[in-house]
Each structure stands twice: as structure tokens, then as C-alpha cells.
Design a protein around this ligand. Structure first.
Ligand code: ADP
Ligand code: SF4
Ligand code: MG
Length: 325
């Protein structure tokens, strides 16, 4: 298993009023292995989209590095990035906002093919038809406009655009958040089918742990611009090590499977997510953490390996203690 993408200490700050900085992403390091799905979860505003854009260099980093297929792409110029673009694609949360209302679905899917010189008009037409088949859209709808499609179908158009040029990596930024629950499962299944068929690697962003659980091999949990825990999906759910992961998980409704396994104790987080302009000292989570101690207020915990996972906490929950409650 080889590393496809590797991010080291990625920082992205935006300028805010009064000369201050919005610390959207604050030193994220992670690796994405070829063929896997890495889920990225966290509350709204914690920097998921900004991180996703940094990973595919749709935005410049404030500092840190991103390597794609072993190549440092952190500071590549637009011109040098261009040949790499087809291999790294982003699927947006709101496909409607990313589609031109005056262009047909067929045109929208053809656009990346034209931009990257895929072939002549006939070759592009064939490829677009093939892509419609792949994402489960009817060829009869090639000439329809975005508003004539349902939300789920529009996301299929977005996915067809993203896979048009045979990418290696697809960063999907909350691709089902805007869809009805009944449609979400269909689109998630499409992602899974395409991964198998095309050998894709996904970074799958969501604010909802319920959604990422089913699609992810590993999950990275973000809080205020930092990754606080990374673990195999099943292990993360079975025994979260970071108090924030535990709180997030306790908010996910569980179905009683009749096994007699005690339900997770519900942890209610008090207080709002602090602003990324005014990050707390020490551990960013300390004002809301039920396990906070004096050290947490002064020293920022680094992401370190604990029991087969990575966790950024001075006092991680020992695996198993949750189930024993
Ligand atoms: N272009 C921008 N300019 C200024 N602030 C931004 C910009 N993009 C995002 N932010 C801020 O950065 C933080 C992280 O945003 P975002 O990455 O969109 O989080 P998420 O996707 O997890 O909701 C938020 O506080 C947001 O307001
Ligand atoms: S370092 Fe301290 S405040 Fe932060 S999550 Fe761990 S126990 Fe809570
Ligand atoms: Mg977002």
C-alpha cells in the first residue's frame, strides 16, 4: 500500500479585520493511502473545506507541505500544476452552485475534457455519454439544464465532472449534506461503486459521523483547524480516544441491536465552538472538555501514536473504558 497524498503541518490562515488572522487550518499532518477512503469529520467551521482545498492545491498554503505521488506540490505555479489537475479532483457540497445554469448537463461534463484536450468533438461526446452511464444518469438527459435535475442527479453531474479525466484522488466535500436522507444512500453507494470500478482514492469530508462511518476505512477528526484523532473507522467507533471524538459519537443515534451492549453514555458539550480568530491556549478543546486538567490550559497536545491510532490529547480515554461504562 503506497502513500498517494501526504500533508505535513499544513497551515492556512485568512486575513480578518483588525490585522488578525482566521486560523482555519492549524498544522494538519495526514497521509492518504492509495485506494482508501479517509473520512474527515468535525463541526461546521472547523476547517474541513479549507483543508480539502489545500490538499488539492485549489488554494495556497500559509505554510506546510503537500506531496502528491511523491511530488511536492506546495509551491507549484498554476502552469506546473495544470498537468496534475486531472489526477486530483474535488466534488463540491452544492453541485448547483458549481454548475453554470445556462449550460446543459452534457456541456458541464464535457468542460473538463475540453480544457484538458481530451480529444476531438466526437471523442468528447462518447466520453460524456460513457460518464453519464457510469454515474447513473440517462443519456436522454444530456441536453437538460441543471434546474431540470433533482439534487441527487445534480450531484451525479458533479461526480461525472470530477471523474471525467480518470483522477487518482477525489476530495469529496460534504457531497451528500445538501441531499434528502433518502437520496444520500444512493449517492454514497455510487461513490463506493466508482471507487471499486475505477480504483479511486477518496478524502471524504462530512460533518456527520453517521455518514462517514459507512464509507471510510480510516477517519480523521478535526476540531478548530486541527486533527485531534485518526483511527481505523471501526476502532474509532468502538473506542474513541479523544474526548471530542467521544462527544461527537455520543450525539450519533444508535440502534439497539439487542446484544445487551450498553449504549454509549451521552456527552453533552457545553459552550460554542470557539472562534478560529481567538483560539484558546493549550488544547483548543479545553474550554469544552469534560476531562480537562490544568496542563490542558497551557500546553497544546501534539498528535501522537497511542494504541494503534493517533490522538492529540494529554489524557486520552483508554480504549475499552467506554464500553465498560
Ligand atoms: N476565504 C475565506 N476567508 C476568510 N475566512 C474563511 C475563508 N474560508 C473559510 N474561512 C473561515 O475559516 C474557518 C474554516 O472554514 P471551513 O474550512 O469552511 O470549515 P468547514 O468546512 O469545516 O465548515 C471558518 O471560520 C471560516 O469562516
Ligand atoms: S488535552 Fe485535555 S482538554 Fe484537550 S482533549 Fe485532552 S483532556 Fe481534554
Ligand atoms: Mg465546509
Amino acid at each position: 500500500m503506497s502513500t498517494l497524498l501526504s500533508a505535513t503541518d499544513v497551515v492556512k490562515h485568512f486575513r480578518a479585520g483588525g490585522g488578525r488572522a482566521v486560523q482555519a487550518v492549524n498544522g494538519v499532518s495526514l497521509e492518504v493511502v492509495s485506494g482508501e477512503t479517509l473520512g474527515v469529520v468535525g463541526e461546521s467551521g472547523c476547517g474541513k473545506s479549507t483543508l480539502g482545498r489545500c490538499l488539492v492545491r485549489l488554494t495556497d498554503l500559509t505554510s506546510g507541505t503537500v506531496e502528491f505521488q511523491g511530488q511536492d506540490i506546495t509551491s507549484l505555479s498554476r502552469r506546473r500544476l495544470r498537468p496534475l489537475r486531472p489526477a486530483m479532483q474535488l466534488v463540491f457540497q452544492d453541485p448547483y452552485a458549481s454548475l453554470n445554469p445556462r449550460r446543459t448537463a452534457g456541456d458541464a461534463v464535457a468542460e473538463p475534457l475540453r480544457i484538458h484536450g481530451y480529444g476531438d468533438a466526437a471523442a468528447i461526446r462518447n466520453r460524456v455519454a460513457e460518464l453519464f452511464d457510469l454515474v447513473g444518469l440517462a443519456r436522454a438527459h444530456l441536453d437538460r439544464y441543471p434546474h431540470e435535475f433533482s439534487g441527487g442527479q445534480r450531484q451525479r453531474i458533479g461526480i461525472a465532472r470530477a471523474i471525467a479525466l480518470n483522477p487518482k484522488l477525489v476530495v469529496a466535500d460534504e457531497p451528500v449534506s445538501a441531499l434528502d436522507v433518502s437520496v444520500q444512500a444512493q449517492v454514497l453507494n455510487l461513490f463506493a461503486d466508482l471507487q471499486e470500478e475505477l480504483g479511486l482514492t477518496y478524502v471524504f469530508i462530512a460533518h456527520d459521523l453517521g455518514v462517514v462511518r459507512h464509507v471510510s476505512d480510516r477517519i480523521a477528526v478535526m476540531y478548530l483547524g486541527e486533527v485531534v484523532e485518526v483511527a481505523e473507522a471501526e476502532e474509532l467507533y468502538a473506542a474513541p480516544a479523544h474526548p471530542y471524538t467521544n462527544a461527537l459519537l455520543s450525539a450519533v443515534p444508535e440502534i439497539d441491536d439487542g446484544s445487551g451492549t450498553p449504549r454509549r453514555e451521552r456527552v453533552v458539550l457545553t459552550g460554542d465552538v470557539p472562534s478560529p480568530i481567538d483560539r484558546p491556549n493549550g488544547c483548543s478543546f479545553h474550554p469544552r472538555c469534560p476531562a480537562a486538567q490544568a496542563l490542558c490550559r497551557t500546553e497544546r497536545p501534539a498528535l501522537r501514536s497511542v494504541a494503534g491510532r493517533q490522538v492529540a490529547c494529554h489524557f486520552p480515554i483508554s480504549p475499552g473504558s467506554i464500553a465498560a461504562e
